[in-house]
Design a protein around this ligand. Structure first.
Ligand code: ADP
Ligand code: MG
Length: 244
């Protein structure tokens, strides 16, 4: 077995007196697609934010390969170049064109020339069916188109790991499918993905492993067929019964 790409060990995080993550262990193998499921408030977003160093963990540690990224001496920007994240909404800079939204990171932080960054943006936009939108501004795009651009912007940095936090939750149901299609394609390309989602059918289809979180702990994790057809924990069963 190759060692995991990412390891979170006994991660704890509180906001004031509210302990949101109570000792999370999560290993992510290269090329693996993991779906985080669980009730609202169970800590999914906080965990993703900790993995991306947007929140500082109180205890425990997180490793990317052989580098401890929770070490205070780490270069956080360098870590974030390797771990991309896309949120539910408000992902794009409204005052920048679609193309500039995508090329900004690679040119300003990734050491890529403007010409190369534009060429890659064009190629990626074409792959998500948005070739003609390079010069458009975000507010001229549908929510689904904006999320596809947000995904392109994240992968333009060539991250080793992509974190997705409920990226279809704010979308009109009509537009969810086009965003899920992009995730399917990223999976085919071998991208390593950890995503929080409420789309249970999609989670079952796309993931190598489901991680069910409850009250700041991993209640159960396993292959989707096992979790969906034979959950070991009554809490998992109860959650799934309510989210068909
Ligand atoms: P989920 O994504 O599973 O719905 P979250 O990680 O968003 O769960 O939230 C877990 C808990 O942490 C909630 O009780 C939420 O109110 C709290 N929380 C999240 N972020 C903050 C914050 N920045 N400040 C205070 N409390 C927070
Ligand atoms: Mg959340």
């Amino acid at each position: 077995m190759t060692p995991p790409l990412l390891r979170a060990e006994a991660v704890r995080k509180s906001f004031g007196t509210n302990e949101v993550l109570k000792g999370i262990d999560l290993h992510v193998a290269e090329g693996e697609v993991i779906c985080l499921i669980g009730a609202s408030g169970s800590g999914k977003s906080t965990l993703l934010r900790c993995l991306n160093l947007l929140e500082q963990v109180d205890d425990g540690d997180i490793w990317l390969d052989d580098q401890e990224i929770t070490d205070p001496r780490i270069d956080e920007d360098e870590v974030r170049r390797q771990i991309g994240i896309v949120f539910q909404a408000y992902n794009l800079f409204p005052h920048l064109s679609v193309e500039r939204n995508i090329t900004l990171g690679p040119t300003e932080a990734g050491g890529v020339s403007a010409l190369d960054a534009k060429a890659r943006a064009a190629e990626l936009l074409a792959r998500v069916g948005l070739a003609e939108k390079a010069k458009a501004y975000p507010d001229a795009l549908s929510g689904g188109q904006q999320q596809r651009v947000a995904l392109v912007r994240a992968i333009a940095m060539r991250p080793r790991l992509l974190l997705l936090d409920e990226i279809t939750s704010a979308l009109d149901p009509m537009l969810v499918g086009e965003v899920l299609d992009v995730i399917r394609e990223l999976r085919r390309d071998g991208m390593t993905i950890v995503m929080a989602t409420h789309e249970m059918t999609f989670a079952r289809e796309i993931s190598d492993r489901i991680v069910f979180m409850a009250d700041g702990l991993v209640e159960e994790s396993g292959p989707p067929e096992q979790i969906f057809t034979a959950p070991r924990s009554p809490r998992t069963a109860e959650f799934l019964a309510r989210h068909r």
